[in-house]
Design a protein around this ligand. Sequence first.
Ligand SMILES: Cc1cc2nc3c(=O)[nH]c(=O)nc-3n(C[C@H](O)[C@H](O)[C@H](O)COP(=O)(O)OP(=O)(O)OC[C@H]3O[C@@H](n4cnc5c(N)ncnc54)[C@H](O)[C@@H]3O)c2cc1C
Length: 516
Amino acid sequence: MADPYDCIVIGAGHNGLVCGAYLARAGRSVLILEAADAPGGAAVTREFAPGFRCSAVAHLLHMLPSRIGAELQLERHGLSVARGIPSIALNRDQAPLALDAAGLATAGHEDAAAMRDYTAQLRRFAAVLYTALDAAPPRLGTGASRDHLALLKLGWQLRKLGRRDMRELLRIGGMNAYDLLEEHFRSDALKGALALDATLGTNFGPRSPGTVLTLLYRLACEGAAGGTAVVRGGMSGLSQALAASATAAGATLRLNAAVSGILVDSDRAVGVRLEDGEQIRARSVISNADPKTTFLDLLGARHLDTGFVRSVHHLRSRGLAAKLHLALNGAPAFTGLDAASLSGRLLIAPSMDHVERAYNHSKYGEFSDEPVIELTVPSVHDASLAPAGQHVLSAVVQYAPHTLKRGWDESSRVTFQDRIVGTIDRVAPGLRDRIVAAEMLTPADIERQFRISGGHWHHGELAFDQFFMVRPVPGAAQYSTPLAGLYLCGAGAHPGGGITGLPGRHAARRVIEENA
Ligand SMILES: Cc1cc2nc3c(=O)[nH]c(=O)nc-3n(C[C@H](O)[C@H](O)[C@H](O)COP(=O)(O)OP(=O)(O)OC[C@H]3O[C@@H](n4cnc5c(N)ncnc54)[C@H](O)[C@@H]3O)c2cc1C
């Protein structure tokens, strides 16, 4: 048998690629095994109709810290992005609303001053949270100086806020987004759009506890990323650059290489078995697959304690975000929106009550009557995504339960797609007539096509009981797992999902520290 690799990474999602790249740069021999025929996982571009391509799942790059981009030299490896994408709320009865303090001030909006103060305050709080996101979470009660230091650093960042801010952060930290936004703003349109930011990718409505945390999580990563960008060529542009960075550092990437099991010898992970039976050995195995897939399918419960297996079973990971891609025979025309603003991130969430009502359906296994939507027109940034003069529209849509009570059959799919198109058509009259092809992915489709258990945005709900020192579950919260030699590096690990690269980067550091 060949010499073992230092590290095998299961999965070339963006986190697997980030992890592989950092490990290779640290001199480790690295093999990245990806089941799909392209790298990127949920960060890929696909053709969904002849001549029409777009990002298949994630479509906006707003959470990848610029430090990771610089360290991995992503632009040198081909990444090209359009930066400074504005967020704009669309509303059937009102003019489009730019969602930043300057835009609101220019429009003479009643909430302009409140937005300035709110943004400044939340950015300060988000910066403190980012201290916790930007490192492996400390372990409690270990006596290790590394864990004490991490806690001290977080405490110091909190202390630096000053008494008034510190008190306010502690007050709002566990609140829901609805109450927070009610305290600050008057405009329903503004509150609705900001509530969507707090709930995108979660199993929450604006009134759910913990939605200030999810809002701050988003803002913290956006702060480190330096704003919102669209990747030219779609998300594969990012993933190809990450793959190029990893292979330039010496990693080997194998596509169409699905792992069927993790090899265990003397209570240690020693390699992997591929679906075709090939076995490959390594000193460390790092999984970019979600925690349920990793522990229950690839490793198997027999290698784990019953209590640990139970907590993995209990991990909440059923997604509620769907994706709709439309091929259009011309540019969509949104009421009141000038052509330049088509390059923006457009939100349809007219009020907080609207978002909450849309969420209510999902509690009972139903999709929303009037879904809430985040959409982009990526062909505005890159004409090669559609035939000349034509366009693609990419929409993240909530709420679509992974497990629909009536089942995701042809009829429920047609009804839901029709509701989404109807919702967009109300702010872009005539859109329906421009559609030449469409693709809808429910969380169940995302689960199947991208191997993400539950099709969940974060590989596991981002909630207080699945966050920070207990993410994804106690016993596997610092990238290492109960099985020696096995690590996690995907969105299910700290700090969570979104295209952040943080779990990948932190996991690489942990592997290097433990295998110096
Ligand atoms: C509808 C939707 C829209 C989203 N939009 C955005 C957005 O606009 N911006 C944003 O920042 N985030 C967005 N997200 C979240 C983001 O897509 C994910 O959090 C992120 O892609 C997770 O990355 P990852 O590398 O951890 O995992 P993944 O992207 O899931 O990658 C895991 C990889 O492991 C591979 N794998 C799994 N099992 C095996 C196996 N047995 N053998 C070999 N390979 C295997 C998979 O094929 C995959 O390539 C969205 C999510 C959803 C669901």
